[in-house]
Design a protein around this ligand. Structure first.
Ligand code: UDX
Length: 476
């Protein structure tokens, strides 16, 4: 068989977080829908978590069997990480990621090597989340085209890409209590130091996230293709500046790509409570949705001030309080009497189908930590945001939402602590006066246009597929 007839096969290794898994699954389905064979790989512990949350009585669940029944060539498999299954990765985050950074590359090398040698009739390529530190070396070793998916805004990629430049200008490590405008990063007109990613800050210097992200970005520069889960019209300057350095394609919002059987794939790491009936008893745009994503931990003071703020605001709300949000061993999350005080107008859930909630007409606002998926999902649904960022990319995402796209407001100016009166005042004025979302309709339209058949994200994806095929065939 000539080289050009050999099936082209993508090996996709996911990062074990909800905010990374969701767009990664969409990308797998998108690639398969273009005729590539795909092997989708979960870490074993994540597979168990998903299986136990949704398929408790089954032992061997293939998350992609539904997609395969629809004609897509996707196989599913798992691989071990560096710890026993019962190890609590969430509670031991630094130890887990420290070890992963050191030891996982050898496991990934062995895993990919086995796939490649067991399928000699196929041409393989590698697709990984940018926040893996091993793909560059593994791709080089097995002569694989290396595709990297960045699940945060291009702004964050661009800042981290120019890490050395930030360092040369004294902004890495960046002093926590100094506010300065940075205007020298190509593609970033201006950003205040307070809005930088937390791992660039002095207080994080030497921490696991800082060391991890620096390593990640050193090797990310050698990727053959970088896919950005953003929209060209939302970040035109940043994306166009990045084009000078790397083949870069804005293909978002991936969670809303059209004509994909995403509903056939189990993705939610926790089982979801349905609040549709409750929402349907509420007037349009009257409910505030409150959630801080799948990953971060906060403290009791924040939850308490928010709880009292919600009581004082008199606004109806759905609040997702993830189990473990305060860290482990903490059971009493909310002030005594809170549930009674908000009986008719507040719903507390441990987890929900967020996209479904945001698309319900009763929801008029989203108090969010500004995780990038939450940001995209809110904008897609035309729901303006009250922004309360904590860490990682979230401060940058806040800047985009509030300062650049004018699609939300800040919960407070100083993110260190919260005050219940201030929270109540902000929520009340946001929900009652609609001051915040003057651009929600426009941004929504931009996003919805991007995923149409002739929209920028679809065109960029088609261009990527063409470039990928050309590169694969040139290299094999
Ligand atoms: C993390 C980072 O914090 C985020 O900034 C980065 O962009 C991706 O990795 P996370 O904190 O979990 O993600 O936030 P986010 O990106 O918003 O992702 C959360 C996902 O969980 C969203 O897709 C959301 O729809 C989903 N979710 C959240 C639910 O399905 N149900 C819920 O109850 C809450």
């Amino acid at each position: 068989m000539g080289e050009r007839q050999r099936k082209v096969h993508g090996i996709m290794v996911c990062l074990p977080f909800q905010g990374h898994l969701n767009p990664f699954v969409s990308l797998a389905l998108k690639l398969a829908s273009k005729g590539f064979a795909i092997t989708f790989v979960h870490l074993e512990f994540l597979y168990r978590k998903l299986r136990d949350a949704h398929h408790a009585n089954e032992t061997d669940v293939d998350f992609f069997s539904g997609a395969r029944e629809l004609g897509l060539d996707i196989r599913f498999t798992t691989m071990a990480d560096c710890f026993p299954l019962e190890f609590d990765r969430d509670a031991n985050f630094p130890e887990y990621w420290e070890t992963m950074a050191r030891d996982f590359p050898a496991l990934a090398d062995e895993f990919v090597g086995n796939v490649v040698s067991s399928e000699p009739d196929m041409i393989h390529f590698l697709v990984t989340d940018t926040i893996h530190n091993w793909p560059a070396a593994v791709a080089r070793k097995y002569n694989l085209v290396n595709v990297s998916l960045w699940t945060q805004p291009a702004l964050v990629y661009c800042l981290a890409y120019h890490w050395d430049l930030l360092e040369q200008n004294g902004h890495f490590p960046c002093k926590d209590d100094v506010e300065e405008e940075i205007k020298y990063v190509p593609g970033v007109e201006s950003i205040n130091t307070k809005d930088l990613m937390h791992y660039l800050k002095e207080s994080q210097f030497g921490s696991v996230p800082t060391r991890m992200m620096r390593l990640v970005f050193e090797q990310a520069k050698t990727a053959d293709f970088v896919l950005q889960n953003t929209v060209e019209e939302l970040e035109p300057q940043t994306l166009s500046a990045l084009h000078k350095y790397l083949p870069n394609y804005a293909i978002g919002p991936l969670n809303f790509s059209k004509n994909l059987p995403t509903n056939t794939v189990t993705k939610s790491l926790w089982s979801e409570s349905d609040c549709t009936d409750w929402l349907e008893s509420k007037p349009p745009a009257s409910v505030l949705y409150v959630s801080f994503g799948s990953f971060l931990h906060t403290n009791k003071q924040v939850l308490e001030e928010l709880a009292y703020g919600l009581v004082l605001s008199e606004v109806d709300f759905v609040w997702v309080i993830r189990r473990g949000i305060l860290g482990h061993g903490e059971t009493s999350l909310l002030p005594t009497g809170f549930q009674d005080a908000v009986r008719e107008r507040g719903l507390i859930l441990a987890w929900c189908d967020q996209i479904k909630v945001l698309s319900n007409p009763a929801v008029g606002g989203f108090l969010t930590h500004c995780g990038w998926n939450s940001t995209l999902e809110s904008m897609w649904s035309g729901v303006p945001m009250i922004c309360y960022p904590f860490e990682h990319d979230q401060p940058c995402n806040r800047k985009l939402v509030v300062d650049d796209w004018e699609n939300g407001v800040n919960l407070c100016e100083d993110y260190g602590s919260l005050d219940r009166e201030q929270v109540a005042h902000k929520i009340k004025s946001f929900m009652n006066e609609g001051v915040s979302g003057k651009n929600a309709g426009r941004v929504r339209q931009v996003m919805q246009n991007a995923v149409e058949i002739d929209g920028s994200s679809e065109r960029n994806f088609d261009r990527f597929v063409k470039d990928l095929e050309a590169k694969i065939h040139a290299q094999n």
